[in-house]
Design a protein around this ligand. Structure first.
Ligand code: ATP
Ligand code: MG
Length: 223
């Protein structure tokens, strides 16, 4: 039997939007992932603004966004662990729970370019395969420059189509996956909410309703 393939998409998801979903769906299709876990962080290590929406709200919105989307699943792993969320711990934990599975960490090029700021990033790069997707305003081809001077990391550029079905490299590798990415960010969504603008086409409808119902992102302190 073929080993299960699991994608992990980490992030603040403040809030989750259709850009996240598009990347998850595309990665699942191209890598034949059995599922992609969307894992909102508890306290995100990279966020500077203070008023990140409470974890329970972010998790509930991710659950809503996954509903009805085959193979996409919200994971409370980091939120339940609490404290600052670090990817190396998350990968360790998923590896413990699913030792037979092949893991893929899914992230956008904007996040990958910061990888050297991650706690234990060298270890993370050996823990699993990476799928780095394009994102408007960022050049996917710059990915190797994030690791200048690092040896032993293999970058594999994928074409615009086709699936990665066959055997995978033994060594954890970084796959660069072009994506017709949506020009959407949570930062932009938060400022739209503050300006009282609609979110149609940016977030799933139930998420827009949830933001309204709970009065999220209306404060002045956010970004
Ligand atoms: P913020 O503006 O608050 O930073 P964000 O939109 O960048 O929010 P994050 O929660 O920071 O969302 O991102 C989580 C992951 O999703 C990151 O790996 C990021 O690169 C990726 N991602 C976010 N938006 C997109 C998008 N529009 N297309 C592809 N990937 C995205
Ligand atoms: Mg971001």
């Amino acid at each position: 039997m073929k080993a299960a393939r699991i994608g992990l998409q980490g992030g603040t998801f403040d809030p989750v939007h259709l850009g996240h979903i598009r990347a998850a769906v595309a990665a699942r299709r191209r890598f034949r992932l059995d599922r992609v876990l969307l894992i909102p962080s508890a306290v995100p290590p990279h966020k500077e603004y203070a008023d990140t929406a409470p974890p329970e709200h972010r998790l509930r919105m991710v659950k809503m966004a996954c509903r009805g989307r085959t193979g996409l699943e919200a994971s409370a792993l980091e939120i339940e662990a609490g404290g600052t969320s670090y990817s190396f711990r998350t990968l360790e934990e998923v590896g413990r729970r699913r030792p037979e599975a092949v893991l893929f960490f899914l992230l956008g090029i904007d996040a990958f370019l910061e990888i050297r700021t991650w706690r234990e990033y060298r270890r993370v790069l050996k823990q699993c395969h990476f799928i780095v997707t394009g994102r408007p305003g960022f050049d996917l081809a710059l990915a190797p420059s994030a690791l200048t001077g690092e040896t032993g990391v293999r970058f594999i550029e994928l074409g615009p189509e086709g699936s990665v079905v066959g055997p995978l490299p033994d060594e954890p590798s970084v796959f660069l996956m072009p994506l017709d990415a949506l020009d959407i960010s949570s930062t932009d969504i938060r400022s739209r909410v503050r300006r009282g603008e609609a979110l149609a086409g940016l977030v799933p409808e139930p998420v827009e309703k949830y933001i309204k119902r709970h009065g999220l992102y209306r404060g002045a302190g956010g970004q």
